[in-house]
Design a protein around this ligand. Structure first.
Ligand SMILES: [Zn+2]
Ligand SMILES: [Zn+2]
Length: 312
């Protein structure tokens, strides 16, 4: 009644919480449910390390004219990455529709034994049905579905921008070290104070920058690839799951067609062989009839019976 009254007054209906029955008892709730994945634990170390690499190694030797603007941009993108990762991991993407009786939009999950939306798929890792299932993300240790896809996408975009930006900064630092070693040392001195061995310190900073770049290249490439793939999916209005099942169906159809072709070729070969054998038999039959005509009733392979009266 209260909800109805609120709707009548033009207010939005209260948000429906996930029904208790929708969450199977042994299912994982979100990305922070145990067990943690290896990729997830690695990301917890890598993200702070990238921030440390930028602010402790790269930032001090950036050009003075724009270093604070670059640091600000990096902070905004980095914050977007962290918030995107946390939100996409923390959201429970379960399909909470427990009373969806319309057969045109619903189906039944054979594992959960529940009526769910047609776009819903059961994730065996999370042990639950996920609304508009996209994929199970190992880095976030959570399923990506309708509820957390925007956060996931924001994290992917931020990760791509951040890693590319940081790689570009690393390239700049290497170029500055090669072309302007004096300015490089001065920049380090103004950030960390004067040092008796400024050359060694500059070399160590350059080494750390290059080492950081080695760790940055794989995630940068992976993030770029994932982003381009999801742009393709969004343009075609499909999910990762639909794309992969479409590819699987295509491969199966291709294999089936190849099998069919092979079978037809085998049948053609068999028919050719059979017709060759038949023609060979026919040729053998002709010889036999010629022999029969020449040698009498005995036919081929049989010698005529000697006449006993002439022998005597
Ligand atoms: Zn299910
Ligand atoms: Zn999952």
């Amino acid at each position: 009644m209260n909800g109805a009254r609120r709707t009548e007054r033009g207010m939005p209906p209260p948000k429906r919480k996930i029904a208790r029955s929708a969450q199977p008892p042994n299912a994982r709730v979100n990305g922070f449910s145990r067990p943690f994945s290896n990729m997830q634990v690695m990301s917890w170390f890598l993200i702070p390390l990238f921030f440390l690499d930028f602010y402790a190694i790269l930032f001090p030797v950036m050009p003075d004219s724009c270093k604070y603007a670059l640091a600000g941009i990096y902070a905004v993108v980095g914050l977007t990455l962290v918030v995107g990762v946390l939100r996409a991991s923390a959201i429970n993407p379960i399909d909470s529709s427990t009373n969806c009786d319309d057969p045109s939009v619903s189906t039944r999950c054979n594992v959960c034994q529940r009526t769910v939306r047609k776009s819903t798929k059961h994730c065996r890792k999370c042990k639950k049905c996920v609304e508009k299932f996209d994929h199970h993300c190992e880095t976030l240790n959570n399923c990506i579905g309708k509820k957390n896809y925007p956060s996931f996408l924001a994290a992917v975009i931020a990760c791509t921008l951040l890693s590319t930006f940081q790689l570009a900064c690393t390239v700049y630092v290497i170029i500055r070290f090669v072309n302007d070693l004096g300015g490089f040392k001065e920049a380090l001195a103004s950030a960390y104070g004067q040092s008796s061995d400024a050359g060694l310190r500059a070399g160590v900073v350059l080494g750390f920058a290059c080492f950081g770049a080695l760790f940055l290249i794989p995630p940068a490439m992976a993030a770029m690839e994932v982003l381009l793939f999801h742009i393709y999916l969004i343009r075609h209005n499909i999910t990762t799951y639909e794309y992969l099942s479409g590819q699987h169906k295509k491969n199966m159809a291709k294999k089936k067609a190849q099998m069919k072709n092979r079978k037809q070729m085998m049948m053609r070969d068999q028919q050719t062989q059979a017709s060759k054998q038949a023609s060979a038999r026919n040729q053998g039959g002709c010889c036999a009839s010629i022999c029969r005509a020449c040698c009498g009733a005995g036919g081929a392979g049989q010698l005529p019976t000697p006449r006993t009266d002439t022998m005597l």
